[in-house]
Design a binder for this molecule. Sequence first.
Ligand SMILES: [Zn+2]
Length: 211
Amino acid sequence: IHIHAIGDAAVRQALDAIDEVVRRNGPRDRRPVIAHAQLVDDTDIDRFARLGVIPNMQPLWAQLDSLMTVLTIPRLGQERADRQYRIATLQRSGAALSFGSDWPVSSGAPLDGIAVAVSRRTADGEPEGGWTPQEILPVEQALSAYTAAVAAQAFAENRWGRMYPGAAADLVWLDRDPRRTAPLELPHVGVRATYLQGEPVYEAENGRAAS
Ligand SMILES: [Zn+2]
């Protein structure tokens, strides 16, 4: 089950529906997904882990850009606006957080999303210290949400998402270590090569990385 739910009422309806499925048909390894989960009511946070629901979130949107200040906050009101994209809260609740892009409506580049996940700042660095900084995620967890967690979401943790002998070797080779790169620099990290099943499908020209 893969549901896109954005507001707190929609997220609750999605959780209620999944709850009902488990109640009627019994438990099994379903790995249901609620994509976005932009606004989750306090009383629904713990239901993700309890029901085994994966929150698939889009960290790129967790920033104070014009989409947020002009479109979203005036409609939500300040109190609920400050409770959006509770990425770290959901992670700490025990939910199996994963990341995505919702491409093509926004950038499909994971580094763009990771930059915001670890800073909650716009590309211009606003605001200093980050918007709702209690929801900032450590970079290792952001990388894991885009890799191992997505593989598990797809029932493919034994093939994708990590490097080990026998794994699929779908790889991206970066020109810098994102764990040692300043958050605002992350979108400018270059891609040297990408591999599918161990075969190169993209290689930067003249050894120069494309960003
Ligand atoms: Zn969507």
